[in-house]
Each structure stands twice: as C-alpha cells, then as structure tokens.
Design a protein around this ligand. Sequence first.
Ligand code: SAM
Length: 221
Amino acid sequence: MKNNKIIQERLNLINNLKARRIIVSENVYNAMLNVPRHLFLPELNLDKAYIDTPQQIGKGQTISAPHMNAMMCEYLEIKPGDKILEIGTGSGYHAAILAELTGKDGIVYTIERIPELAIKAKEKLKELSYSNVEVIINDGTKGLESKAPFDKILVTAASPKIPKSLLVQLNPNNGILCIPVGKRHWDQDLIVINRIKGKYIKKKVCKVIFVPLIGENGFEK
Ligand code: SAM
C-alpha cells in the first residue's frame, strides 16, 4: 500500500470511531492517529489494517478491533505520566497506543505468555522508538508485583474471574482496571473497576469476545 493511502485510511477509520462516539477524548484520537496499525500486522493482513475488525496475528491469537482498543482506552482515562500494566501484548499495537497516551514521563509494562509474539512485539516497538514500553514474557495473571502499584491495568484476554493479584496491584487512589470476564470463548462482559480510597467500584460496560487468558489465575491451558 502507498503511504498516502495508508494515512488516509487510518484517518478515515479514526474519524469514523469519533463520529460513532467510541472515541470521545482528544488524547485517544491523537494516540490512535499516531500509531501505524498496519506495521503490527502480518504481511498477509496488511490490506485489512484499517478495517474495524480483529485480525489474526499468529499462534492462534488476534489483534482486537480498533473500536475495542479505543473503548478500553477511554475507560482507562489515561493521563500523562501514568504507570500502566497491560496483560496480553499480542502484536504490541495496543501497548503503543498506551505509550502514546502516558507519554515520556510514564511507563507501560506489557506481559505476553507466548514468547514468539512477545519477541516480535518488542522488536516492532523498538523499531518505532517506543522507549517507554517494557515487554515481559510471563504469565500475566499474576500481575507484576515488583513494579506495583499501577495507575491503570488493562487485560486484553478474557478471564473466568477478576484475578485478586491484579486488584491488589491497582493504585488505591483512583486506579482503574479494565478486563473482559466470562466463559472461555463466549458470554463475556467488559468490566471496569475503579479503586477509590482503597474501595473497589465495579461496573459491567458491554458484551465482548476475547481469546482466553491462560495462566495460574485464568483458564487452564
Ligand atoms: N493487545 C494485543 C494487541 O494489541 O495486539 C491483543 C491481545 S490478544 C487479543 C490476547 C493476548 O493475550 C494473546 O497474545 C495471548 O497470548 C495473551 N495472553 C493470554 N493469556 C495470557 C497470560 N496469562 N499472560 C500474558 N498474556 C496472555
């Protein structure tokens, strides 16, 4: 694809998300405009990079549809300087958006259990100069205790329950966790949890479909 065509397609997609009121804040609009989604996709799917659908990224995993990336970012209310934990690096695309949102004073830790995906994502993020993202190969259901507490935690795979390990690693002062919860491949809800003065306030926001979160506090392999 020619560069001008790519830029125009990205602009059309982001403007469409804004028109549908999925993107509502300027920072999410700008972050999604800045990240070249096509560079995070396998060659085979390049021409579908700016269609609002999930895509295969290999190893049986997917990159979420852009409207889901946008929606989760809006719920997380990311501010410059936030310390963010993402579970499920996948292609690295969403981590790049988070990095744009938190900026050079913030940091994004992103955990992926499949080493091949993590290595590929790490290389891509480095190539695109995202120096505020650290990719870790591990079981993300345990969180990342050594770097806690986190201002924001994003889980991009569906869990059978909300892992306690993540709740306790959330900043007690206005920390936000966004996580899909439900059955292994269906009947899942996107849950947003605000931790205010140490108390957890939970709301179900919509039905979703994500690949399973596999690990000690998630689904079995
Ligand atoms: N955020 C990704 C992106 O922008 O491409 C898409 C994530 S994909 C929908 C979900 C990812 O979660 C998969 O890559 C999967 O391997 C990963 N995953 C599942 N269980 C995990 C776990 N316990 N720890 C870390 N990653 C996990």
